[in-house]
Design a protein around this ligand. Structure first.
Ligand SMILES: [Zn+2]
Length: 305
């Protein structure tokens, strides 16, 4: 399967009907066909070195880990195996865990470009659910402890008078390439959080009560002072750091005067295709990294000219 962005290459049958099984998908993390995806405080287990690869453990080598995990989540089925994420975050020192030789916990964002993308998708999925469990141990309505249910795809409040069910959250963020109304240029910005002289498409979170299209227009106006129209959806990228999905759009500007009024951006500017193509390590002005949805939106526009 080809992929366009980090983490969009996941191939797994989430098998939601099996989440209702009391013994989890008719198997268990201790089954010989199980594959364990260990998580420690938002880090994923990989075999390190020059060519890192995801560490999916077999039941035998993961027996001690499964006993220690605070949460086990049934992720789904792939190629005859049932995948389970196991959260080991309660342990202070992950080097004391019984891990295979050479396996270490690493930040998935740092490794993304070096991992097999199908595997990276599974790691991202497991990381997202482990993070959600760790941050929803108590009911947001009444404050009582919650417990994991349905194979780890919901948590239920233990207070009988409340009994609320809580579900994993995904927060939508919009990211957009804005084109100039009359000239062959696009709008790129330099965010104060970026390291170095890196330009990217504009982006921001969707607020309650607005459409995705309104979020695009609002964010572009806030960050650059530009008014837009003709907002059209292009593609999406899972971004579970900790719980987002990036929704990619194209928008057409109807004004041209830039004003970075909310100071989220250090600067924004209209760039020609040649200026964007010249962005490189050599020039000292960087484009977004490969396989980001920002880069894909820009490259798609470049290829049209
Ligand atoms: Zn409650």
């Amino acid at each position: 399967m080809s992929f366009r962005f980090y983490f969009d290459g996941i191939e797994i049958d989430r098998a939601p009907h099996l989440r209702h099984e009391p013994d989890w998908a008719g198997g268990s993390p201790r089954d010989s066909l199980a594959r364990i995806v260990p998580i420690w405080r938002d880090q994923s287990l990989v075999h390190g070195g020059d060519a890192p690869r995801a560490a999916f453990l077999e039941a035998d080598e993961a027996r001690a880990i499964c006993e220690l995990g605070s949460t086990i989540v049934f992720l789904g089925l792939d190629n005859g195996h049932a995948y389970y994420a196991v959260d080991l975050s309660d342990h202070e020192d992950p080097t004391q865990l019984a891990l295979p030789d050479g396996a270490v916990f690493e930040d998935l964002r740092r490794l993304a470009s070096n991992l097999d993308q199908v595997d990276a998708g599974k790691l991202a999925y497991g990381r997202a659910l482990a993070h959600w469990h760790r941050n929803h141990r108590f009911c947001g309505a009444c404050g009582a402890p919650t417990t994991s249910n349905k194979g780890g795809h919901e948590r239920v409040c233990g207070n009988e008078a409340c009994g609320r069910h809580h579900f994993p959250r995904t927060d939508p963020a919009v990211i957009m390439l804005v084109t100039h109304p009359t000239e062959d240029k696009c709008l790129l910005g330099r965010n104060k959080r970026f390291q170095g002289l890196r330009f990217s498409t504009l982006a921001g979170f969707v607020e309650p009560g607005e459409t995705l299209e309104q979020a695009v227009s609002r964010e572009v106006k806030e960050e650059s002072g530009i008014y837009t129209a003709d907002v059209t959806y292009q593609a999406s990228q899972p971004w579970p750091f900790p719980a987002s999905i990036m929704l990619g759009f194209r928008a057409r500007a109807i004004t041209t005067e830039i004003n970075c009024e909310d100071q989220e951006l250090i600067e924004a500017k209209w760039c020609t295709r040649d200026e964007v193509r010249a962005m490189s390590t050599d020039s000292g002005i960087l484009p977004p990294s490969n396989y980001s949805i920002s880069r894909w939106l820009i490259d798609t526009w470049l290829n049209e000219g």
